[in-house]
Design a binder for this molecule. Structure first.
Ligand code: ADP
Ligand code: MG
Length: 239
């Protein structure tokens, strides 16, 4: 299972060849929430590896722990027990600031409801994650939008775009920092079937470029487009 992961450590990550540690891994992760009615176990002993160049669909009904699993992979929250490993190293040792940096540099997020800023154009939304950096990412934002088929919608604001176009803006934004991993929470949740297929095709192309993609969903369509499908039921992961 966890094996001799250390043996592969220490290599440069940007051009990691096969055999290097995976970009992200959950090792025996359990997550419990303390609530009014008692403790909820949202994830139970979940071990999961994100592979480069692969789209994994994590299928499960509402309440099965999908968003919680993405929060663990995205370093947005800590497991109750178990560990999250980034390139073979546990992230538990990182400070909050280091974790934020790592997330910004390595992980892209796509959400069901897009999370676009309504007053900003497509280009401005896509380059937004780079606002604290010195370089100007406008050209890259334009390239990414062109790549997802929105080269003629650069100056449109979200209310001037269809659902599928908004989701493609969100995908372009998630790639602005050249992440190793793309985490998608119900990426087709607000899209009709044809538009969902177009977005999933786009996500597959991104994985072909070497990005490890994890899409959590209850939409069977996502499973049809994935390289690998796992099931989450009551917080337990099944292959
Ligand atoms: P899904 O995304 O599959 O619908 P979630 O990961 O959102 O599932 O939730 C899994 C379980 O954990 C649910 O029973 C939910 O009520 C509970 N849960 C999620 N987040 C919290 C929280 N912040 N506090 C308490 N319970 C939570
Ligand atoms: Mg959810």
């Amino acid at each position: 299972m966890s094996g001799d992961r250390e043996a592969a450590g220490g290599a440069a990550h940007a051009t990691a060849p096969d055999g290097d540690p995976p970009p992200l891994r959950l090792d025996g992760v359990t997550k419990q929430y303390a609530g009014g009615g008692g403790t909820v176990t949202a994830l139970e002993d979940v071990s999961f590896t994100v592979e480069r160049g692969e789209v994994t669909a994590v299928m499960g009904p509402s309440g099965s722990g999908k968003s919680t699993m993405l929060n663990m992979l995205g370093l947005l929250d800590d497991p109750t027990t178990g560990s999250v490993e980034l390139l073979g190293e546990p992230v538990a040792g990182l400070s909050a600031a280091e974790r934020t940096d790592v997330r910004r540099e390595r992980v892209g997020f796509v959400f069901q409801d897009f999370h676009l800023i309504p007053t900003l154009s497509a280009v401005e939304n896509v380059r937004l994650p780079t606002r604290f950096l010195d370089a100007d990412y406008t050209d890259r934002a334009v390239d990414l939008l062109t790549r997802v088929g929105l080269g003629d919608r650069l100056r449109h604001t979200p209310d001037e775009l269809s659902g599928g176009q908004k989701q493609r803006v969100a995908i372009a934004r998630s790639l602005i920092n050249e992440p190793d991993v793309l985490l998608a929470d119900e990426p087709t949740g607000n899209l009709d079937r044809d538009t969902g297929e177009a977005v999933l095709g786009e996500i597959n192309t991104i994985a072909d470029g070497g990005v490890g993609v994890v899409a959590v969903t209850h939409d069977e369509l996502v499973g049809e487009y994935a390289d690998r499908t796992v099931e989450l039921i009551d917080g337990k992961l099944h292959d």
